[in-house]
Design a protein around this ligand. Structure first.
Ligand code: IPM
Ligand code: MG
Length: 356
């Protein structure tokens, strides 16, 4: 399998290096082989080539079987115009590979219950939510503009969706619900937004083909509240791009740390993008402090969703589980009585565990 590596900015390279370490352990144990090719995107691409998404990067990613991505962005590039920022590179590669379905599982490792921002009694039923976020539409990609007006400036980002875009992500969300607890909550703002009303119509039509799946609709403000009030009620959450961005960060904190959550972005072609949901955390960069588990678990998602390598994916998941069982913690999930380890060490522990 050919994997394009986008290490990116900030802690990106540190966490991706640990992911590669773990993948190498997988290939050793299961006798498969992964080939890596590093490409530039984001801040580093701006520094070295002048643009956030060089054409060469797009070409190589398209020819690869998967893209493994760290994180992009940082204060250094904050002053740039919107379409020249590191984030524009990230959005560009998502669009170029047409990865419209972003799967963000928020699950609680029982060992980390006390690291959650919620009281333990609220987590009594555990927490296992799959946020399915639409990734290539909505306000992120709609018309953006600024114009001068009489008394100042006006700016807009158009949140638009076509029925086709809604339909294809809805089918994916329903088929995922079928492999889980058969429940889907569709989150929108249909009391205000026309695009949300279209989401309701289209998802309602699609749901007729999945009568075995229980469907609920929820406004996004209520969903934000219900996630901290009673997260156990959710199985699959399906939502548009911007709402999904926000709710998935919220959901991640319920699991203890943003540093734990992986994601998979899949779409029409074979090449998916696999990345931790956390950002580049520039303040932690180069300090061996970042939690590499989200990146490592993203490698697990790559094996599962990208390569259909279920056993290999489980091996990663189980290795993370036993490293946590053995009491190792990075600083973001540190608890009394546990053993604090840095980024490198955490990666090595998981890799050793995969091989054991
Ligand atoms: C994410 C990130 C990105 C997004 C940023 C970095 C553009 O927050 O993957 O959730 O908003 O999609
Ligand atoms: Mg985000």
């Amino acid at each position: 399998m050919k994997i394009a590596l986008i290490k990116g900015d900030g802690i990106g390279s540190e966490v991706i290096n640990q992911g590669v370490k773990v993948l190498d352990a997988v290939s050793e144990r299961f006798k498969c082989s992964f080939e890596y090719e590093e490409v530039l995107l984001g801040g580093r691409a701006i520094d070295e080539t002048g643009v956030p998404l060089p054409t060469e990067t797009v070409d190589i990613c398209k020819k690869s079987d998967a893209v493994l991505l760290g994180a992009v962005g940082g204060p250094k590039w904050d002053g740039l115009a919107g379409n020249q920022r590191p984030e524009a590179g990230l959005l560009g590669i998502r669009k170029a590979l047409d990865v419209f379905a972003n799967l963000r599982p928020a699950m609680l490792f029982p060992q980390l219950k006390s690291a959650s921002s919620l009281k333990e009694e609220i987590l009594a039923d555990g927490l296992d939510i799959m946020v399915v976020r639409e990734l290539t539409g909505g306000a992120y990609f709609g018309e953006k503009k600024r114009v001068k007006i009489e008394n100042g400036i006006k700016a807009w980002d158009m949140m638009s969706y076509t029925s086709y875009e809604i339909e294809r992500i809805t089918r994916i969300a329903f088929s995922i619900a079928r492999k889980r607890k058969n429940k889907i909550t569709i989150v929108d703002k249909a009391n205000v937004l026309e695009s949300s009303r279209l989401w309701r119509e289209v998802t309602g039509e699609v749901s007729k083909n999945y009568t075995d799946v229980e469907v609920a609709y929820m406004y996004v403000d209520n969903a934000a509240m219900q996630l901290v009030r009673n997260p156990g009620q959710f199985d699959v959450i399906l939502t548009e791009n911007l709402f999904g961005d926000i709710l998935s960060d919220e959901a991640s904190m319920l699991t203890g740390s943003l540093g734990m959550l992986p994601s998979a972005s899949i779409g029409a072609y074979k090449t998916g993008i696999f990345e931790p949901i956390h950002g580049s955390a520039p303040d932690l960069a180069g300090k061996d402090m970042a939690n590499p588990l989200a990146a490592i678990l993203s490698c697990g998602m790559m094996l599962k969703y990208g390569f259909d390598m279920e056993n290999e994916a489980s091996a990663i998941f189980e290795a993370v589980n036993s490293v946590l069982d053995n009491g190792y913690r990075t600083v973001d999930i540190m608890q009394p009585g546990m053993t604090a380890v840095g980024t490198e060490k955490m990666g090595s522990l998981v890799a050793e565990n995969v091989q054991a």
